[in-house]
Design a protein around this ligand. Structure first.
Ligand code: GTP
Ligand code: MG
Length: 228
């Protein structure tokens, strides 16, 4: 039994590694194509055995690894914090359209925020982890949000825990206002970003890299002449 649980956690750790690699590749390719970084930061975690068992007890799930695997979809979690709202949708789309990614569920809490103001894109995905015995499908919960949404969610989380879920009405209303302010900020920042990029900042970045490439090509060409 202990070994079964160790295996369960290990497989989810591998799945997190797979997703992190995918995200890193998307990020680097995006930088290459568009000369800007759509991802501010990425965090990940695998639920501790203690919190797996707590949730299993709370939900009345059977105490065996198969049932846990099938019913707990957030043992592995990856959170991607993006610069802008448009990037959250872009990242979700590119990630979930990969052929080895099976989408179990997508929840768009950006289009439909929770009543408290919580916003994020959630995707439950299944990806294969290749072990010595063959591929094992593993579920990962991916949360994608902007910096402003992330800032809001972490504060709300702290408040929720401080009051053990019974947040006073005044704070609930303040949090809801703060969520509106965060959304306004997101919109304005995105507008500014679009304006500035439209004014040619990306063209400048492209120019510099073109110059570098030309210099490199020239050197390679000179070297090849020396070698002949
Ligand atoms: P859980 O039992 O909490 O996993 O909820 P769920 O299975 O109904 O899924 P949902 O997609 O609503 O939430 C999954 C995760 O999103 C949570 O574990 C949190 O990390 C995050 N989340 C959802 N709602 C909120 C919220 O109101 N505030 C904050 N701070 N995080 C939230
Ligand atoms: Mg969940």
């Amino acid at each position: 039994m202990r070994d079964d649980f160790a295996r369960l956690q290990m497989e989810h750790e591998f799945a997190v590694d797979e997703v992190l690699t995918k995200v890193s590749i998307l990020q680097r390719e995006f930088m290459h194509l568009h000369q800007y970084n759509p991802i501010e930061h990425v965090t990940s975690r695998v639920k501790s055995l203690e919190s797996i068992l707590q949730k299993v007890a709370k939900r009345g799930i059977d105490w065996n690894p198969q049932a846990i695997r099938a019913n707990l979809t957030d043992i592995a979690g990856v959170r991607i914090t993006c610069s802008f709202i448009a990037d959250t949708h872009r990242i979700l789309k590119t990630l979930t359209s990969q052929t080895d990614v099976k989408v179990i569920e997508v929840k768009d809490y950006i289009a439909n925020p929770k009543p408290n103001g919580y916003k994020s894109l959630h995707a439950i995905i299944e990806i294969p982890v290749f072990l010595s015995t063959g591929p094992v499908p593993v579920t990962v919960e991916v949360q994608i949000r902007t910096i402003a949404m992330d800032f809001w969610a972490s504060l709300e989380h702290k408040i929720y825990y401080k009051y053990d879920g019974a947040v006073p009405d005044r704070l609930v209303a303040d949090l809801s206002d703060a969520a509106d302010a965060a959304e306004q900020l997101d919109r304005r920042m995105e507008q500014l970003h679009t304006e500035v990029r439209g004014a040619g900042s990306s063209a400048e970045a492209a120019d510099t890299s073109d110059e570098l490439e030309e210099e490199l090509l020239l050197r390679l060409w000179q070297q090849s002449r020396q070698n002949t």
